[in-house]
Design a protein around this ligand. Sequence first.
Ligand SMILES: [Zn+2]
Length: 263
Amino acid sequence: MTRWPVQKIRVGALTATVLPLGEISDSLRDWFAPEAQAVPDGVSHLPVNALHVGGPGVSVLIDACDPALYRGEGQATEIGPCLKMAGIDPAGITHVIVTHGHHDHFCGLADPRGEPTFPFARHILSPLDWGDGTLTAEAQRADGKAADPAALEHLFRLGLLDLGDSAPPLPPEISLIDTPGETPGHRVVRIASGGEVLFFLADLFHVRAEIDDPNLCPIWADDTALKASRTRIMAAIRNETARFLCSHIPDLFSTAHRSNAPS
Ligand SMILES: [Zn+2]
């Protein structure tokens, strides 16, 4: 995998496993307006995390980067062996949630020949990021660079991609919340069990500076929509004393510890 460790988080009867399947190395200054002083200079290294949620009758994967496309300094490993090293049977995964139509969140779902990584799973994507058989122009444009939609197109062609009402029901512990802004169809995932709640926020925030200042938005986002989504979700997190994770930030945030939480 990458320089970041696999983390296991208990959520009631469930186990959420953070899988750092990739690594982005980029100048964050290019992601934000020049006046964004809180953004570090130079090249930063960010994880591309997937999250697996497992427990009695539950095996759901959220996002899947291809480690060979977004690799760290170490040797990349295929996604299947990565999961097995973390104690997860890839063949047992019933649903794959794609939080939004950006490449780093779905490129591991099919190989270049079009073979699906999880042939027994239903793959779920918002119809707002999906047009007539491919990613919408808005989802592609929103990334600031062209996303390669090949993996999703293979899944669509094979009938494994579910959009909107056709999506099969998720386990009751897992729900999707529409959070437009990063892309029109961006969604976050709420995981609840035994009175504990964990939110996987995907790219609602990309770097810590955005959590500290929710008005800080990347240049490709729909600012108005993103800020409204952030306000709504952070209120829900505070209400539920929930914990939260983001795709590209290694930390687990807890509203119970104010030093570790946004105000
Ligand atoms: Zn991302």
